[in-house]
Design a protein around this ligand. Structure first.
Ligand code: C2E
Ligand code: MG
Ligand code: MG
Ligand code: MG
Length: 286
């Protein structure tokens, strides 16, 4: 957007497709202030255990409650944060808030672990593993209750350091998921040296799999690959029951998608998840 002072002095925000460089700087400053003013919020989306229909883990997804533009999705501000050191502050904020929320839902009787996304830049320094350890320590949450999702692309940023950070996190007991699996550049040899607990198949392969034989072949192969590596496999972007049924039959472990719940503040997730805790398996495994 661009802010323009109209005749009344009111700032008018217009969406623009071409984003000038200055826009990034303005947004960067705004985001910096937003972090200090606590304008970011976390929504959560459950990972559904396909065998039981239960929620075992919820993934934190950041949003910005912008005073003028409303609730902004990460695509609107993450790229700007990722281009600067702001991403460190943002990730720390997300971790602290997610662990505080974890304490709140645990107190309310929900037995969910929590997954947090991190960016390529976070994996660029070994200090990051220490930072996470420190934040866990301050929150009093056991590392086994935290999952960290790294995208394949983040792993190729500076491969050696990134792998070192990931394995240092895993050594603390944190469970590591590879996010958006299939659209990035992880080489199979990286999977040998990384301590990974979960592969998340990118929604690009999932959204239309009932209509696309190639997508089905890829998803089947990733499920196989994941299981052979001792990982759980999650499908993201499940929007229809037909796709969910196919995933159950294909032996996929976990799924996320609008079929169950859109990301929402955790109390909403808690109330919506209630009553859904029955097996959703309708087809036979094969
Ligand atoms: P992701 O981690 O792969 O998260 C999944 C995205 O797919 C989320 O978008 C989610 O809202 C969306 N989604 C979930 N179910 C469905 C579905 O059934 N259909 C469709 N079409 N979409 C679905 P969101 O929240 O806009 O997040 C986008 C990306 O931004 C995330 O992708 C993640 O890479 C990044 N991100 C989000 N929160 C954070 C954060 O706190 N830190 C960092 N570093 N990255 C984050
Ligand atoms: Mg994720
Ligand atoms: Mg993903
Ligand atoms: Mg994705």
């Amino acid at each position: 957007y661009q802010g323009k002072h109209g005749p009344t002095g009111v700032v008018v925000y217009e969406p623009t497709t071409a984003r000038p460089a200055a826009h990034g700087l303005v947004l960067q400053r705004e985001l910096h202030d937003a972090l200090e003013r606590d304008e970011l919020v976390l929504h959560y989306q459950p990972k559904i255990d396909l065998a039981t229909g239960r929620t075992g883990c919820v993934e934190a997804l950041v949003r910005w409650q912008h005073p003028v533009r409303g609730l902004l999705p990460p695509a609107e501000f993450l790229p700007v944060a990722e281009r600067s050191e702001l991403i460190d502050a943002l990730t720390s904020w997300v971790l602290r808030r997610a662990l505080a929320d974890y304490a709140a839902w645990t107190a309310a009787g929900h037995d969910w672990t929590v997954a947090v996304n991190v960016s390529a830049r976070n994996l660029a320094s070994l200090d990051f593993a220490d930072l996470v350890a420190q934040i866990l320590d301050e929150s009093g949450v056991r590392p086994e209750r935290l999952q960290i999702e790294v995208t394949e692309t983040a792993l190729t940023f500076d491969t050696e350091i990134a792998e070192g950070v990931v394995n240092a996190l895993a050594a603390q007991g944190i469970s590591i998921a590879i996010d958006d699996f299939g659209v990035g550049y992880t080489s199979l040899s990286q999977l040998r040296t990384l301590t990974v607990a979960e592969l998340k198949i990118d929604r690009e392969f999932v959204l239309g799999l009932t209509d696309n034989e190639h997508d089905r072949a890829i998803v089947r192969s990733v499920i196989d690959l994941g299981h052979n590596l001792g990982c759980r496999v999650t499908a993201e972007g499940v929007e229809t029951q037909q796709i969910a049924d196919w995933l159950v039959a294909a032996g996929c472990d976990l799924a996320q998608g609008y079929l169950w719940l859109r990301p929402a503040p955790w109390p909403e997730v808690a109330s919506l998840a209630t009553g859904r805790e029955e097996p959703m398996v309708s087809s036979t495994r094969g």
